[in-house]
Design a protein around this ligand. Structure first.
Ligand SMILES: *[C@@H]1O[C@H](CO)[C@@H](O)[C@H](O)[C@H]1NC(C)=O
Ligand SMILES: *[C@@H]1O[C@H](CO)[C@@H](O)[C@H](O)[C@H]1NC(C)=O
Ligand SMILES: *[C@@H]1O[C@H](CO)[C@@H](O)[C@H](O)[C@H]1NC(C)=O
Ligand SMILES: *[C@@H]1O[C@H](CO)[C@@H](O)[C@H](O)[C@H]1NC(C)=O
Length: 281
């Protein structure tokens, strides 16, 4: 049971990795060891002995990562496994601005510190393998309903000044993640080369640059940079994205609909690029 649950957590942790593929962390080391690497990533394998040893040395001298005090998702969250702050070793810090918290922990990885606060916030080591992670994320998220490229329903979004912005929702999460990735400029063809993922330090520095660009553009105030709010906002973004796609989501949780400003398909608040930018952490 325990190992099934842990495995499930690791899988769930990867759920958001397609859309969040620039993020550091979220690699399950035990899965990586079980499955090995493809030939394309063999250069990583070749260098991984050193990196792993370095990682081990780092880890030994690093403080323990944050973790849950009860090994289960908090059912009080507004969606499945989306906010475990109340049962987390660093839970109180979820409710303070992240820059303040991290300033008190110089050199620590925020994904380690806040590990497991939601299923998509998961740290499993200092030596990420982004390409493998992204591929697994794509396949996992795709789910059994996926029938192939451009086989899903065609959706049209009302999104800021975009004209005739459409996508085929080949998989349920495309509804959210296609617009999210488009908004951030992270879709295929928007300038990022997937080959760069092979070099994790390069990918991490690109991620850092993108975060700086986002902050330069949106100038988030410290009060907006509170982890618990971000976590609770995920379902709200989802609802606003469905508003942008003109969908009838009256079945959704009433509190989520209220937070998203959703009254009907024609009286609702579309998602904005600022909302999406705030979700990129
Ligand atoms: C992250 O938290 C989970 C849930 O509590 C825990 O099982 C796991 O060991 C933690 N990871 C690390 C690297 O401490
Ligand atoms: C909008 O985009 C869809 C999908 O690419 C296309 O089939 C349709 O012709 C476009 N409509 C207009 C008005 O450009
Ligand atoms: C990986 O990227 C870093 C930073 O961009 C660069 O200095 C390094 O040479 C790259 N390593 C490989 C193996 O390409
Ligand atoms: C939305 O769905 C609900 C529940 O199925 C239904 O009662 C309502 O009439 C629908 N609204 C519109 C505008 O289609």
């Amino acid at each position: 049971m325990e190992s099934n649950r842990t495995h499930l957590f690791a899988l769930q942790a990867r759920l958001n990795m397609m859309s969040l593929s620039l993020l550091i962390g979220a690699l399950s080391l035990c899965v990586a060891q079980e499955e090995g690497y493809s030939e394309e990533t063999s250069w990583i394998e070749a260098s991984s002995t050193n990196l792993l040893q370095f990682g081990q040395a780092l880890r030994d001298s690093q403080p323990e990562c944050g973790h849950l005090t009860v090994e289960a998702c908090d059912p009080r969250a507004n969606a499945f496994c989306s906010n475990n702050c109340r049962i987390h070793t660093h839970g109180a810090d979820c409710y303070r601005p992240v820059p303040d918290v991290m300033a008190e922990h110089p050199g620590e990885d925020g994904y380690c510190y806040f590990n497991a606060t939601a299923f998509w916030v998961s740290y499993s080591g200092p030596n990420p393998h982004f390409e493998k992670e992204a591929a697994e994320g794509v396949l996992f998220l795709r789910g059994p309903s996926y029938k192939g490229l451009n086989t899903g329903p065609l959706l049209a979004y009302s999104f800021e000044d975009a004209v005739n912005l459409t996508t085929y929702a080949d998989s349920a999460h495309y509804l959210y993640d296609d617009l999210y990735a488009y908004s951030l400029g992270f879709l295929q063809g928007q300038g990022l080369d997937p080959k760069w993922m092979k070099n994790s330090s390069k990918w991490i520095s690109i991620s850092r640059e993108k975060c700086d660009e986002i902050q330069a553009k949106f100038a988030f105030e410290k009060e907006e940079l509170v982890l618990a709010d971000w976590l609770d906002f995920n379902m709200v973004i989802s609802a606003m994205t469905m508003c942008s796609a003109g969908m009838n989501i009256s079945y959704m949780d009433a509190d989520i609909l209220r937070a998203a400003g959703w009254k009907s398909p024609t009286d609702c608040k579309p998602v904005t690029s600022r909302d999406f930018a705030k979700h990129h952490y």
